[in-house]
Design a protein around this ligand. Structure first.
Ligand SMILES: Cc1cc2nc3c(=O)[nH]c(=O)nc-3n(C[C@H](O)[C@H](O)[C@H](O)COP(=O)(O)O)c2cc1C
Length: 240
C-alpha cells in the first residue's frame, strides 16, 4: 500500500523531471532514483519505476496547449511542449518545507512554488498540488508554515516528499524535531527562518491551488545570515 503510493509519487516526480534533450535529465533522474531509494526504501520496490522510459508526460496528458501560431502537427506540439518546459525550468526558485495542520493531523512537504504577494498586508502564496495531503490539510485547517532550509542541510528536501510520520511524544516529523507556531502549524526546529501564515484566499490554479496566506508570525532560528537552499543547489526540478 505504502509502496504503491510511493511508486505513484516517484512516477509523478520522474515524469516531471525527465525530458529527453533536457541537459539535466539524466542527472536529475539519477539523483532522484538514488535519493529516494537509499533514503526511504532499502528494498527494490522502486526498481520497476526506475525502468520507466524517460519520457515526459506531465500529468500524464502529453503536450499541453495552448500552442502558439504555426504549431500544428503532433510533432511540433511535442517539441514546443519540451521547449516551454525548458524555459519554465530556468525560473529561479528557493526550496522550502511547508508545514500544515488540520485538527490533530499534521504534515510537512517540500515545496518551491512560493512568493511574497503584498507589502501591506504581508501576504505570501504557496502552490500546492491538489492530490497532496498538504492540500487537504491547508484547505481544512486554513493555516500553513513556511520553513527555509539551510544550504548545507539539503538532505532535508528528500525527507518531505510524502506524508510524514508524526511522533507527538518525541515531537518529530519523520524524525525531525518540530514545534507548533502560533497558528498551530508545525515548524521544523532546524529551519533557519520561518513564516507562520493564516490562509486568506484560495486561488484555483489547474492541478494546484495557490493558497494566499497572511504572515501572522515570523522569526529566525539560526544566524540571520545562514545561507538558505535554492533549487540550483540541488539537481532537482519541479515545474515545467
Ligand atoms: C524539489 C521538489 C520541489 C517540489 N515543489 C513542490 C511544490 O512547489 N508544490 C507541490 O505541490 N509539490 C511540490 N513537490 C512535490 C511534493 O513535495 C510531493 O508531491 C509530496 O509528496 C506531496 O506531499 P504530501 O502528500 O505529503 O502533502 C516538490 C517536490 C520536490 C522533490
Amino acid at each position: 500500500m505504502v509502496g504503491t503510493a510511493i511508486e505513484r509519487l516517484y512516477r509523478r516526480l520522474l515524469a516531471r523531471m525527465l525530458t529527453p534533450g533536457h541537459p539535466d535529465a539524466t542527472a536529475s533522474a539519477c539523483f532522484l532514483t538514488g535519493g529516494l531509494q537509499s533514503a526511504t526504501f532499502p528494498n527494490d520496490r522502486l526498481a520497476p519505476a526506475a525502468k520507466v522510459a524517460p519520457v515526459a508526460t506531465p500529468g500524464g496528458t502529453g503536450a499541453v496547449g495552448p500552442f502558439p501560431p504555426g504549431i500544428r502537427t503532433d510533432e511540433q506540439r511535442d517539441e514546443y511542449d519540451k521547449l516551454r518546459r525548458r524555459v519554465l525550468w530556468t525560473l529561479p526558485y528557493g526550496l522550502y518545507v511547508v508545514g500544515s495542520r488540520a485538527g490533530e493531523r499534521r504534515n510537512a512537504m517540500t515545496l518551491n512554488w512560493v512568493t511574497q504577494l503584498s507589502f501591506e498586508p504581508k501576504l505570501v502564496g504557496v502552490g500546492v498540488e491538489k492530490s497532496a495531503l498538504t492540500h487537504e490539510l491547508i484547505s481544512e485547517g486554513r493555516v500553513f508554515s513556511l520553513c527555509t532550509v539551510a544550504r548545507d542541510d539539503r538532505a532535508v528536501v528528500r525527507k518531505f516528499t510524502k506524508p510524514v510520520e508524526v511522533d507527538l511524544a518525541a515531537m518529530t516529523l519523520n524524525g525531525f524535531a518540530f514545534h507548533h507556531g502560533v497558528t498551530g502549524a508545525p515548524i521544523l526546529d532546524q529551519a533557519p527562518g520561518y513564516l507562520d501564515c493564516e490562509v486568506r484566499q484560495l486561488v484555483d490554479a489547474g492541478n494546484h491551488t495557490f493558497f494566499v496566506g497572511e504572515v501572522v508570525d515570523a522569526g529566525f532560528q539560526a544566524a540571520e545570515d545562514t545561507e538558505v537552499l535554492r533549487m540550483e543547489d540541488t539537481r532537482m526540478n519541479y515545474g515545467g
